[in-house]
Design a protein around this ligand. Structure first.
Ligand code: GLA
Length: 383
């Protein structure tokens, strides 16, 4: 039985009803990391690893959830919502935000499971939040547009789960388009789709098998350091609102000697925004080799200036660099574990798989798992 059949079966058994099925994908980000909460740019896409939800409306106001992969259940009322500090918060948070936004919703049955490994940096939580929001919108016919659902998912994570994440993950999962990357301006939320024309090149994820447990505390620290940099610079340039408005000479002049750590954090972000803009130009010119070099630059910055990598991620990138036909590689997402993203020529894919599995094991004692991504549409009902 495939996963969808299993979820449907489990749903029928638990609720004696027919479910609506929803697919909500995880995401990759080609370049532009830790730029979203600094009002910069990101270049993500939705992928063929997803959270699947079987859902139906209830006649009462109760919430009945089953986390199929975890073999756990949750039951509660939709009118009395407080954090449980468990997986259920990703669902409850969305219900809470929909209610706070004034939407009338009743009870919900939900069985969910997925193919996104948890803690691998592919945004299983954003996918789940979007899936729940999409379910509420469908079942209660709320008529909310996709971008507003994205904002509600982000608010659920920021305010209910308590992780101060940016908007990229939810946006990519909800707004993804098959075979396209999204160039998103995280200040205005203007976005364009760029076709991914990478003939003969695959997007390959290498899972470090390190769960990014440090990520929440360190993530919030990085955010605070960026904000401190902005406040510092505002004494010289009152018009600055975020690192989006900052250029390297401003940092070099005022921050480098006065606040060296904050300088390194801010310099990384300013340079990463520029790398993304250069990268979009390179993609438009079909110059994947230059794009790949920018990815290596991004990794260097994340590892040495922003300090959100870890030895295992650095090793994965080092090994990738040795492989002929790998055009670029870098850590992806929040950091401290999860996956690297690699652009690999299809003719060396097998060679690369052998090299990286063997050397990673030899150097870290850990296994790495490779996943060749397909870029797919965002959150949707499965018909
Ligand atoms: C996590 C967050 C995103 C983004 C990335 C880093 O995935 O959820 O909002 O900040 O880290 O780019």
């Amino acid at each position: 039985m495939d996963l969808l059949d299993q979820l449907t079966h489990s749903f029928r058994q638990a609720f004696n009803a027919e479910p609506t099925l929803i697919c909500s994908p995880g995401r990759v980000n080609l370049i532009g990391e830790h730029t979203d909460y600094n009002e910069g740019f990101v270049l993500p896409a939705a992928i063929d690893k997803a959270i699947y939800l079987a859902v139906s409306q209830r006649t009462d106001n109760e919430l009945h959830f089953i986390a199929y992969d975890l073999d756990k259940t949750y039951q509660g009322s939709s009118t009395n919502l407080t954090p449980t500090h468990t997986w259920a918060d990703y669902l409850l948070g969305v219900v809470a935000q929909f209610r706070l936004a004034g939407h009338t919703i009743g009870g919900l049955n939900c069985v969910f499971g997925g193919t996104i490994p948890m803690g691998s940096g592919l945004s299983s939580s954003a996918a789940l939040e979007n899936g729940v929001g999409f379910a509420l919108n469908e079942l209660f016919q709320l008529g909310i547009d996709r971008v507003d659902m994205v904002k509600l998912s982000q608010r659920a994570e920021n305010e209910f789960v308590g992780a101060k994440v940016g908007i990229m993950d939810m946006f990519a999962s909800m707004m993804g388009k098959a075979d396209h990357v999204i160039k998103l301006d995280c200040r205005s939320l203007d976005y364009t789709y760029a076709p991914l024309r990478m003939e003969g090149i695959s997007i390959v994820l290498c899972d470090s098998q390190v769960k990014h447990s440090l990520v929440t505390s360190e993530y919030n620290t990085r955010r605070a350091q960026c904000e401190a940099g902005v406040r510092f610079l505002q004494t010289f340039y009152p018009e600055i609102k975020s690192l989006r408005d900052v250029r390297m000479p401003m940092l070099d002049q005022h921050l480098r000697d006065a606040e060296p750590l904050i300088y390194r954090r801010c310099a990384y972000v300013v340079q990463e925004n520029q790398r993304l803009l250069d990268g979009v130009d390179a993609l438009e010119a079909n110059d994947i080799a230059s794009f790949g070099q920018l990815m290596y630059g991004s990794h260097e910055g994340l590892s040495h200036w922003y300090e959100v990598s870890c030895p295992e991620l650095d090793i994965l990138v080092e090994i990738a660099r040795q492989q002929r036909g790998v055009l670029g590689a870098r850590m992806m997402g929040g950091g401290f574990g999860g996956c690297t993203i690699n652009l690999v020529q299809e003719d060396v894919l097998d060679e690369f798989r052998k090299l990286i599995t063997k050397q990673y094991k030899a150097r870290t004692g850990k296994d790495t798992y490779l996943h060749v991504c397909k870029i797919q549409d965002g959150t949707n009902v499965i018909s």
